[in-house]
Design a protein around this ligand. Structure first.
Ligand SMILES: CC/C=C\C/C=C\C/C=C\CC/C=C/CC(=O)SCCNC(=O)CCNC(=O)[C@H](O)C(C)(C)COP(=O)(O)OP(=O)(O)OC[C@H]1O[C@@H](n2cnc3c(N)ncnc32)[C@H](O)[C@@H]1OP(=O)(O)O
Length: 248
């Protein structure tokens, strides 16, 4: 039926390393250019984890040129996903913090597994960093200004039930039904003529995408100088240590 399934596989936690981002972007571009493909189901092959988000090791202890290169690729993937002409449905089968949530938010419909261990949200503030304006814009577009304002400041990671209530996801289903539900949702969306759906999607998303497109270079500079600060590097160091200690 012209649907591809993209399974994220970058063990152990599907963090979006530079290599992973690049591969993701290239795969998406290939699908976009393949006229037989109308929809993509985005999911994960890592048990219990959709994606741990951006790779902290790409943002810690590197040089400014690396940060700039990394951020350019993060922007590129986001623009491709957010403005895709294809129908994107995410089958969120695990934890989905920060950049993981960002991937899901780019989709047209989000189905999440009903497992309270899995959480989703833009938790950047918990790391001592700030969600960039285009992450924020997409959050506002999805859950509204008030909910986004609160969730961004608190760095809230929502359980599936909370995520459904606030609108971060569209549907929560038993874990063993995530993929079948994503397929049935896709079937419904495929019934809509592509040209009218694509024009409508473009109308809804263009202003948000253009907001980044018109200031991509400045955004890269902002990120690079922000992430290079000693205080920010210290926060990331502490967060990475906390992740290590969690293991005991
Ligand atoms: C005014 C504003 C001005 C300027 C602003 C300009 C720009 C904005 C600046 C910055 C924005 C940058 C945006 C960043 C967005 C992000 O995505 S940041 C990443 C956020 N991710 C997280 O917080 C997730 C952290 N991880 C976890 O919570 C858990 O690992 C997870 C629940 C995913 C899985 O748990 P579990 O199965 O128990 O696994 P472990 O915790 O044991 O982890 C296994 C190993 O993986 C390493 N790891 C985990 N997450 C990441 C990651 N995101 N990147 C790299 N590595 C990760 C973890 O350390 C373990 O490693 P080890 O085995 O110990 O070596």
């Amino acid at each position: 039926m012209g649907v591809a399934v993209m399974k994220l596989r970058n063990p152990p936690v599907n963090s979006l390393s530079l290599e992973c981002l690049t591969e993701f972007t290239i795969s998406l571009e290939k699908l976009e250019n393949d006229k037989s493909i109308r929809g993509v189901i985005l999911t994960s092959e890592c048990p219990g984890i959709f994606s741990a988000g951006l790779d902290l090791l790409e943002m810690y202890g590197r040089n400014p040129a690396h940060y700039a290169e990394y951020w350019k690729n993060v922007q590129e993937l986001w623009l491709r996903l957010y403005t895709s002409n294809m129908i994107l449905v995410s089958a969120i089968n695990g934890a989905s913090p920060a950049g993981g949530c960002l991937l899901a938010l780019c989709c047209d419909y989000r189905v999440m597994a009903d497992n309270p261990k899995y959480t989703i949200g833009l938790n950047e503030s918990l790391l001592g960093i700030v969600a960039p304006f285009w992450f924020k814009d997409m959050y506002v577009n999805t859950i509204g200004h008030r909910e986004a304002e609160r969730a961004l400041q608190l760095g809230t990671l929502f359980s599936p039930a909370e995520a459904l209530k606030v609108g971060v996801v569209d549907e929560v289903v038993p874990e063993d039904q995530v993929h079948s539900k994503a397929r049935s949702v896709m079937t419904k969306w495929l019934a809509i003529p592509d040209h009218s759906r694509q024009l409508t999607k473009n109308m809804m998303r263009k202003a948000t995408a253009d907001n980044l497109i018109k200031q991509r270079e400045a955004d890269i500079q902002n990120f690079t100088s922000f992430i290079s600060k000693d205080s920010i590097q210290k926060s990331l160091h502490m967060y990475l240590e906390k992740l290590k200690q969690k293991k005991g």
